[in-house]
Design a protein around this ligand. Structure first.
Ligand code: GCW
Length: 718
């Protein structure tokens, strides 16, 4: 036995050991990059197309692609696959090619003959195209596609695909449910392997930008101490072509710079931002720019100096422009007028169209209020034709159960992306009008990255949709399931079905028929439709439901706030017309009597109750279906999802029962036949309080409150 053979054997054994131990661990750390071994029966077929990796030249990005191919192919094929000379079955990475239609970041994967050898060619113009192509090639194998006759060309549809972390410098995460922030500011600039794996995961789905810190920004992030740490992260992300962005507090010239003002038209302020930008680019030559929340929820902004939002954005944009940086300026403003909150962002921004610098993107949430389980699309989409607009969605489930069950958000995001603002004409959906897609991250330092195992799917789906907003939720769920769980159709089909129905189930059991924002307190966990005591009116559920003995819903037609009138005429007409508006948006736009007749002849009351019960029934079905999957899923992840789903069932009952108990106290109508009464009297739900959220399993309930044994499984106060 030659020494070469022994070494090869040892390498293969090591590769095998590393993937078998990963398969046992199954704590979710590997995300969709598990690269679990291919079934023996299929392995030979794939080995023939992955005998080694050929590259023409190297660079840090090409090296990242090669590393990933080596890691993925070796683990999946159960043998060590490394660099090789050109041969049959090689995977060949070539860059610097002018290939029409794939832009700078796209790639082509083709089965080809190269100097007499049958190979798979991954070609691109740029190194990052080759990196994306390498991940796509691995995905083909991970999802068991045929590699014999490949001819794929793909490129991102949106240039900017960014995660927004709402991470504070003390490692708390605003609306974060996945443990402390992954950025360990105390130990940075020391690099943790987790940062590299984070970058790999993002690159694998095409994310090319990350904002590290919270939009409620701590000005300290712009001090030299922190910038050195930021630079260390930027160095890790650079080979993966991920640019680092920061949020900046608008008043930083005062707090960090010691100036007397942050007035955007003041020359000293302009000079300060320029000097700060220059300083940052000396440390981070590919720094992306700033994301800014101004004059919103107590944050400082240009209005403090009687300047416009455009004045505020432009002073910072001018400082970044010489370096190629971008300002993401959020349109999430409200609370500065008495108008319907749904109207306020449009009122402030629409008239500023064309007033922003070309390196400003106005970042608009998917809906006009705030990441509710369902909202109509934001009226600014399509209506600022001379401004670059980005869409902001939320991966972290602030308003969708936070840490419970399964809630796959792609259907919610495609609903917004596919909406047609009919401005300036119909036929151009939101996805065709935007320059960027930003997602509020759901990542933390939990071993499995996100709050639940299924929340990883929302990270994955976000990247895939930012890459191509026309991908269907079904395709995305299918890919993710195959890579994350199993390729066996007996597992894939039920998992995908559960995922696809999961968001609608939440809408049904929390806020059906266009209701919104029915949450307890500022923590946004659990139902409180009766709640009316917050000082900012639009933080109150009662503001949104407007429910009383006569009916329910927010009149946003011309007889009410006329928020419908902010949309283009065709859209506005439909929203305002009871014969045209979809049932899903009904109570968003209309206040109606409980006895109003829906199109199907049912009363509004009966229709509401039916939807609450449909939502509960769906999550009960999801729990049962998951139980059948035990043979296909490793025990650790199986148990964790089982418990998440069980908690979702309890929470769905809680939402359903609390909501119905309250509505019934107003409508005084009997429940339609076949629908059971709430488990407890209304007073019980109103007495539920939390010291910690999410915390359904241990609510605090006033002991004097009446208690009836809970069918939803919730226990009464001791
Ligand atoms: O929905 C609200 C959240 C705030 C958040 C804000 C925003 C970062 O409750 O926690 O602040 O949106 O988007 O700025």
């Amino acid at each position: 036995m030659g020494i070469r053979f022994v070494i090869q054997f040892l390498i293969a054994a090591l590769a095998f050991a590393s993937f078998t131990s990963a398969a046992c661990a199954e704590d979710g750390y590997d995300l969709w990059l598990r690269y679990n071994p291919i079934e023996q029966s299929l392995r030979a077929k794939y080995v023939g197309h992955a005998r080694g990796i050929v590259v023409e030249r190297s660079s840090p990005t090409i090296q990242a692609a090669v590393n990933e191919l080596e890691r993925g192919l070796s683990a999946m094929l159960g043998r060590s696959i490394g660099r090789t000379a050109l041969r049959d079955g090689a995977v060949v990475l070539v860059t610097g090619r002018q290939i029409p239609g794939i832009g700078n970041e796209g790639y082509v994967i083709r089965s080809a003959r190269l100097r007499g050898h049958a190979v798979t060619l991954i070609s691109a113009k740029s190194d990052v195209g080759a990196l994306y192509g390498a991940f796509a090639f691995l995905r083909l194998i991970q999802t068991r596609q045929d590699l014999a006759h490949l001819d794929i060309a793909d490129a991102p549809k949106l240039p900017l695909r960014m995660l927004n972390h709402w991470d504070n410098l003390d490692r708390t995460v605003e609306r974060g449910y996945a443990g402390p922030s992954i950025w360990d500011w105390a130990s940075l600039p020391t690099i943790d392997q987790r940062y590299v794996d984070y970058a790999r995961a993002n690159a694998s789905i095409g994310i090319n930008a990350v904002v590290l810190n919270n939009v409620n920004a701590d000005p300290k992030i712009l001090t030299p101490e922190y910038l050195t740490k930021v630079a260390a992260l930027a160095n890790v992300f650079r080979p993966f072509c991920i640019r680092v962005y920061l949020t900046a507090r608008f008043s930083s010239p005062i707090q960090v710079g010691g100036l007397a003002t942050a007035d955007p038209l003041d020359p000293t302020v302009k000079a300060w931002w320029r000097a700060k930008a220059d300083e940052i680019y000396r440390l981070i030559p590919d720094f992306g720019g700033f994301l800014i929340k101004a004059n919103s929820e107590g944050q400082p902004g240009p209005w403090d100096y009687k300047r416009t939002q455009a004045n505020g954005a432009n002073v910072i944009a001018d400082a970044l422009a010489p370096h190629g940086g971008t300002v993401l300026w959020r349109a999430f403003v409200y609370g500065n007028s008495k108008e319907d909150r749904a109207k306020q962002a449009y009122d402030e921004f629409r008239s500023l169209d064309g007033k922003f610098r070309s390196n400003v993107i106005v970042q608009v949430k998917n809906g006009p209020i705030d990441f509710q389980p369902r909202e109509p699309f934001h009226p600014l989409f399509g209506q600022m034709p001379h401004t670059r607009i980005g869409i902001e969605v939320q991966l972290t489930r602030e308003y969708l159960g936070q840490t419970d069950g399964v809630v796959f958000l792609a259907p919610m995001w495609t609903e917004a992306l596919d909406s047609d603002p009919c401005s300036p004409r119909c036929g151009r959906p939101v996805k065709a009008t935007i320059a960027a897609m930003a997602g509020v991250s759901n990542i933390g330092s939990n071993r499995g990255w996100t709050a639940t195992k299924f929340d990883q799917a929302n990270w994955y789906a976000f990247g895939r949709l930012a890459w191509n907003p026309s991908l269907s939720p079904k395709q995305i769920a299918g890919e993710w399931t195959r890579m994350t769980w199993d390729n066996d159709p007996r597992a894939v089909k039920p998992i995908v079905t559960t995922m696809l129905g999961s968001r609608e189930a939440v809408v049904d059991y929390m806020t059906p028929l266009g209701l919104a924002h029915q949450f307890q307190d500022d923590h946004h966990y659990g139902p409180a439709p009766w709640s009316c005591g917050a000082k900012e009116p639009s933080w109150n559920p009662c503001y949104y439901n407007k429910a009383d003995a006569g009916g329910i819903g927010f009149d946003r037609t011309a007889t009410g706030s006329n928020a419908a009138g902010q949309y283009a005429p065709q859209v506005a007409r439909c929203f305002a017309d009871l014969n045209c508006v979809a049932a899903k948006d009904l109570l968003w736009f209309h206040h109606l009597p409980w006895t109003y007749r829906m199109h199907d002849g049912q009363t509004l009351w009966a229709s509401l109750i039916e939807r609450y019960d449909r939502g509960v029934a769906q999550v009960e079905t999801n729990e049962r279906n998951w139980a059948e999957l035990r043979p296909y899923i490793d025990s650790q992840r199986f148990a964790s999802v089982s418990s998440d789903l069980h908690r979702q069932v309890l929470e769905a009952w809680w939402w359903r029962d609390a909501s119905i108990a309250y509505w019934q106290s107003l409508s005084k109508l009997p429940l339609p036949p076949g629908h059971s009464p709430p488990a407890h009297p209304l007073s019980w739900y109103q007495a539920v309080r939390f010291d910690r959220v999410p915390g359904f399993l241990a609510p605090r309930i006033d002991p004097r409150t009446l208690c009836v044994a809970g069918r939803g499984g919730s226990s009464c106060a001791q």
